[in-house]
Design a protein around this ligand. Structure first.
Ligand SMILES: [Zn+2]
Length: 1147
């Protein structure tokens, strides 16, 4: 076939598509996609033809009237820009708000005319609603008889005069000030469709030399460095010594030739990395006074033998003398920790076995009984590992061309170059070297999972996925497994056919896609096509990929605002209405130069619902009251969902009037189920996907579907019945969620509770539809509105896809068996997401169903079909290949502990739905003990049983695991509410690895070390009270909270610079923002706080904590290396306990 004949071949992605030039930098390139679909297009992953049950293929009809504006993917101006993960603080630019008419026009309010008596048809609005009622369309709102509910809620009339004091929150306060930023200014120049990276044949880019892992971690006293096992570990042919049921191990096969890995001489580089360990912590010396050994000690370094190289020496702080036997081992890459005081009686003391571990909060971890307490500086330090990784991997870009290469840690700032596998920003794996068979996997107990963030934002210096168009017949796929064209497809027979890397099936290359091969068998256009050379890209899809074979309508946003007493009184209603007037100008769009296609609608409610007609032609909004909430419907079709710019005047009038209307309400009861139903019905009527923003304040006890009762019962905590508290109390919401998903109706819930609201039940719909839950307990406008408004702005503006469905395909030998996140599944393979935003992750777990080969590795392809905010149907593809090994040591050498912890946390947090929390904790701990015991038995060099030997890549597993085990969800203190636990449980389920890392191990920065000149962050310190200096000031953040801790003896100059007063006693611990002082330190600190906030998906409110103040108790809860009041063990104690568990497994 002639190569040049490419009849209707789609333009190679290199050429800007008509609508796609200038693929927006900021975002992932636009993605809003309605997904929905359950039955309608279940087969999207199946044969393309399966899609259409109606018209024959190829009948790609013209877009319907509301068709997606193909205007294309200009950048999202939205906050995508600010999204850079490690970027600078968001710019504070005043919103570019188009001039709008004044919100309130008195004239318009005067509505003459007779006032219908609401009695029968309209669900009995209060008489005072005169003006409104005048204009109400005479449609039947509540077809039932006048509902008793009607009169009760007493909405006030639309004000005749300019709003006066009514709303607790005078509207003035929310005026967008200069500090409100709505997304950043657009970059003036958008690179237009950057060319793909050249076919660098340079895997050279990847850091030469061994991974940093090679640092032997030799712990004084406790831990001994083990040489990395590049040589096959001793093979024990006998039956596993433990009774835990380790399956027999397969024989080791000599050398494992890992073709591409950089693993080379794993142990080589011990020197350098360690070198950098001293300085960091050293800085803490002075203030710490009594801290004992200088923190400067790297965890691998013997405090007692400072001069000694970090060799394989076996030392012990206070334990047995070094064991000669240990000497001479090649430094193991896998850190070993020797001599944990082994079988010494003293050691059982500090951590009294299982019975206490994880005991109810009333049983505090016993104090170390042993006289020889383990030196915290001698055990693996998270800070050290983080700093080592920064030093070793932070300077070079991470290129993804090498299979099985573990990326830098999430705490390291690095650039990614896509050379054939998905960026770690999209996919992180628990191990980049999977065991070849299930026996090995079972033996090791290392979870095989991937944390996928399909629409992750990228920093400005990385290229967003290219958009590929394969023409009218849609993306090229494997005939059998339906995998999409990707770098793992092997072209054969001169390019006429390709063999699938996933299922090996051979498929014809369609004529329009044909291309010749070069002498290496690669297509000559390989590097001109993202789908042949890159890990991530997007496909344009055809109508076959659309629900009902119809291109989707642009999505809609519906705002549903609780106007009951509590919601009005705490200021929420006023704030929301005021903010929306501005925020509606920043709805997601793909091209900043055109208006968003997203239509909007408004509902208010207490125990009845009020719909608003905001059609542009009206002089004033009209309200329709539906008091028959038992069978929800939308009382108006025309005028409910509108275009913002067309209806601006009416919308603004409405938003001005809502707070006034309900200012004097005395209605305290609310409904909830009907509220979501109303939004869902509105989307159905408009035949589009969309998102509901529900602002809700209380337990929905009013008579209606989905009514709830207060079932909070703290006595159940810690019992076998505890799990019921995390399950929804009625099944109504599960059913409703399913309907929402089918329609592509994503629900975001903003809660403002003053008491128990049953988050476990109210959260069912949000967490099944890809939505988010925000919770502002005891919301008080003055101190909490900043957090709420920032969250709301981000949530409204963020890039997202609608009506999405995701599938992960894998190569033969493994398959996806489990999923974690906020979604719905109606079958075993398709993850349905009514909405998928840029912050959401889905964690998938793999299991073997056959043998894997070291040669081919294991492949996965994540495909997400979604509708963009403009209504385009797209497919985003992420490909990832990892190595496979026949030696356990290789598995342990390529693990990523942060990802393992992400998986474990999600697994455990889900397990409490079905098992007592204690069982969940125990089984998690047991699994980790088995992981480490397996390493010890099969990979580590022989050593005495008294040594704790940890794999280098997992040396932080114990400390992080302990943080998960003693988290509020798994081991709550008396002060943690059930709602908070349910909230955190749901929150963690969608976290990416960076978020879960900082959530479980907060970042603690010593500000007295801040170098104002360099503007680099001071190196963090470990989360322990021992690390706090009374003379210092520290910043602690965990992604949800940010604290400023002030030591009682903090230097006066420091206090003066930060607070404007030199006196500790003068500091007001109620402040939620720092004074803007005109000195370099104050400026730097405020910038740091802003940049830390910018990195997180939720706004963190600042709390100032003075040492020895009562608030300090809250702060100390985040010092996770210490034991806590819930009965959570200290790191030291837990490590000893873990060691004991391992020894038991090995004996
Ligand atoms: Zn296939």
């Amino acid at each position: 076939m002639n190569v040049n004949q490419q009849p209707h071949m789609a333009s190679p992605y290199g050429q800007p598509q008509p609508g796609y030039q200038g693929y927006p930098q900021p975002g992932y390139g636009g993605d809003n996609v309605p997904s929905g679909y359950p039955a309608q297009y279940a087969p999207y992953n199946g044969p393309g033809s399966a899609y259409q049950q109606g018209p024959p293929q190829g009948m790609r009809g013209p877009p319907t009237s509301g068709a997606p504006p193909v205007s294309g993917a200009q950048n999202y101006s939205q906050f995508g820009q600010g999204e850079t993960q490690n970027g600078p603080p968001p710019m504070v630019a005043p919103p570019q708000r188009p001039p709008v008419s004044q919100p309130y026009t008195p004239a318009a309010v005067n509505l003459p005319g007779p006032q219908p008596t609401y009695g029968q048809q309209y669900g009995a609005p209060p008489v005072s609603m005169q003006q409104m009622t005048n204009q109400m369309a005479s449609m039947q709102v509540g077809s039932t008889a006048p509902s008793p509910a009607g009169p009760g809620y007493a909405p006030q009339s639309f004000p005749q005069a300019p709003p006066v004091s009514q709303p607790p929150f005078s509207t003035a306060q929310v005026q967008p000030g200069p500090t409100q930023s709505y997304g950043r200014p657009l970059p003036s120049t958008q690179p237009s469709f950057p060319r793909p990276p050249l076919p660098t044949s340079q895997p050279s880019a990847f850091p030469a030399g061994p991974p940093p892992t090679s640092t032997p971690s030799q712990l004084p006293g406790v831990i001994q460095p083990q040489p990395p096992v590049s040589q096959p570990p001793p093979y024990h042919s006998g039956p596993p010594p433990t009774s835990t049921g380790f399956p027999p191990r397969p024989p080791f096969h000599g050398m494992q030739g890992l073709p591409m890995t950089s693993q080379g001489p794993p142990m080589a580089s011990q020197g350098p990395p360690m070198a950098s360990q001293g300085p960091p912590m050293a800085s803490q010396g002075p203030p710490m006074g009594s801290q004992g050994p200088p923190m400067a000690q790297a965890n691998h370094i013997l405090p007692t033998q400072p001069g000694m190289p970090p060799g394989p020496i076996n030392t012990s702080l206070s334990g047995p003398p070094p064991q000669p036997g240990m000497q001479g081992y090649p430094a193991q890459q896998n850190g070993a920790f020797g001599q944990v005081r082994g079988p010494q009686p003293g050691y059982t003391g500090p951590y009294p076995g299982q019975q206490n571990y994880g005991a109810p909060s009333t049983a505090p971890a016993p104090a170390p009984a042993a006289p020889k307490r383990l030196d915290p500086d001698s055990i693996p330090s998270p800070i050290q590992v983080i700093e080592d990784d920064k030093a070793n991997k932070g300077s070079e870009p991470f290129t993804t061309g090498v299979r099985g290469q573990a990326p830098p840690l999430v705490t390291t700032k690095f650039q990614v170059k896509d050379q054939g596998n998905a960026s770690p920003r999209y996919i992180r794996c628990t191990s980049y070297n999977m065991p070849c068979n299930s026996d090995m996997a079972k033996q090791s107990q290392v979870p095989l999972a991937a944390v996928i963030k399909p629409l992750a934002p990228l920093p400005p210096d990385e290229t967003p996925p290219y958009l590929v168009d394969h023409g009218e017949s849609g993306p090229i796929r494997c005939n059998r497994c339906k995998a999409y064209m990707c770098p793992y497809m092997q072209f054969i027979e001169g390019g006429r056919r390709f063999q699938c890397g996933f299922c090996s099936c051979v498929t014809e290359v369609p004529p329009h896609y044909f291309q010749h091969l070069d002498h290496t068998g690669k297509r000559v256009d390989c590097y001109d096509r993202p789908e042949l050379s890159m890990g991530s890209y997007e496909f344009m899809t055809t109508v076959d990929y659309c629900k009902n074979n119809k291109f989707p309508q642009p999505p809609a946003f519906i705002f549903l605002i609780d106007v009951s007493y509590n919601a009005v009184k705490n200021g929420m209603v006023g704030i929301v209405c005021q903010e929306l007037k501005t925020l509606l100008d920043y709805l997601p769009r793909e091209n900043p130069d055109v208006e968003s296609n997203i239509r909007v609608g408004f509902v208010t409610y207490n125990k009845v619902l009020h719909f608003y007609n905001v059609k542009a032609s009206l002089a004033q909004p009209q309200m329709m009251v539906v008091s028959d909430v038992a069978d929800m419907f939308v009382p108006l079709l025309d005028g409910f969902l509108v275009n913002v710019s067309e209806s601006r005047v009416v919308i603004e009038s409405l938003l001005d009037q809502i707070p006034e209307m309900f200012a004097d309400t005395r209605e305290t009861e609310t409904v909830f189920g009907p509220v979501i139903q109303a939004g869902l019905e509105a989307l159905k009527a408009a035949d589009c996907a969309g998102k509901l923003f529900v602002f809700h304040s209380s337990l929905p006890i009013a008579e209606a579907p989905g009514k709830l009762k207060n079932r909070e019962d703290k006595k159940l905590v810690g019992t076998d019945k505890e799990k019921s508290l995390f399950q929804p109390q009625v099944s109504f919401y599960n059913t409703l969620a399913k309907e929402c998903v089918a329609q592509g109706c994503c629900v975001d819930l903003f809660l403002f509770p003053n008491q128990y609201v049953d988050v476990a039940t109210l959260g069912v719909v949000p967490t099944s539809t890809g939505g988010s839950i925000y919770k502002y307990t005891y919301f008080q406008a003055p101190s909490d509105q900043e957090r709420f408004l920032n969250d709301l702005r981000r949530d409204v503006q963020k890039q997202m896809g609608f009506d999405a469905v995701m599938r992960v395909r894998t190569s033969t030998g493994i398959r996806v068996t489990d999923f974690f996140g906020s979604f719905f599944m109606s079958n075993t393979t398709d993850v349905e997401l009514a909405g998928l935003d840029c912050d959401k992750t889905v964690t998938v777990e793999f299991k073997h169903d056959d043998k894997l080969s070291e040669e081919t590795g294991a492949l996965m392809q994540c495909a997400v079909l979604y509708t963009s905010c403009s209504g385009q149907r797209r497919l985003r593809i992420h490909n990832m290949a990892v190595n496979c090994c026949s030696q356990l040591a290789d598995l342990y050498r390529n693990c990523e502990t942060d990802t393992i912890i992400n998986y474990f946390a999600k697994y455990a947090y889900r397990s409490i739905l079905s098992s007592p929390t204690k069982n969940v904790r125990d089984s998690l701990m047991n699994q980790c003990a088995q992981i480490l015991a397996c390493y010890r038995k099969n990979c580590a060099s022989p050593s005495s049983a008294g040594q704790l030997i940890l794999p280098e890549c997992m040396k932080l597993l114990p400390v992080y695991l302990n943080c998960v085990l003693k988290s509020d969800v798994l081991q709550p203190g008396a002060d943690v509410s059930l709602d908070d636990r349910a909230y955190l449980r749901q929150l963690v389920s969608t976290m990416d690895v960076a978020e879960s890392h900082v959530f479980f191990y907060p970042r603690l920065l010593p500000l007295q070390k801040l170098d104002v000149e360099s503007m680099t962050l001071p190196m963090a310190v470990r989360d322990s009270e021992e690390r706090l200096s009374r003379g210092g000031v520290y910043l602690l953040e965990n992604g949800l909270n940010i604290f400023l801790w002030v030591g009682v003896s903090a230097q006066q100059e420091l206090l003066q610079n930060i607070f404007g007063t030199p006196a500790f006693s003068q500091i007001d611990s109620n402040m939620t923002s720092l004074p803007a002082l005109d000195n370099p330190f104050s400026k730097s600190l405020r910038e740091i706080i802003e940049s830390v906030r910018a990195q997180r998906s939720r706004y963190m409110k600042l709390m100032v904590v003075k040492q020895e103040d009562k608030l300090e108790l809250i702060f100390k809860h985040f010092l996770v290396e210490d034991k806590n009041n819930n009965g959570g063990a200290s790191y030291v104690d837990f490590l000893c306990h873990m060691h004991k568990e391992i020894r038991q497994l090995l004996s």
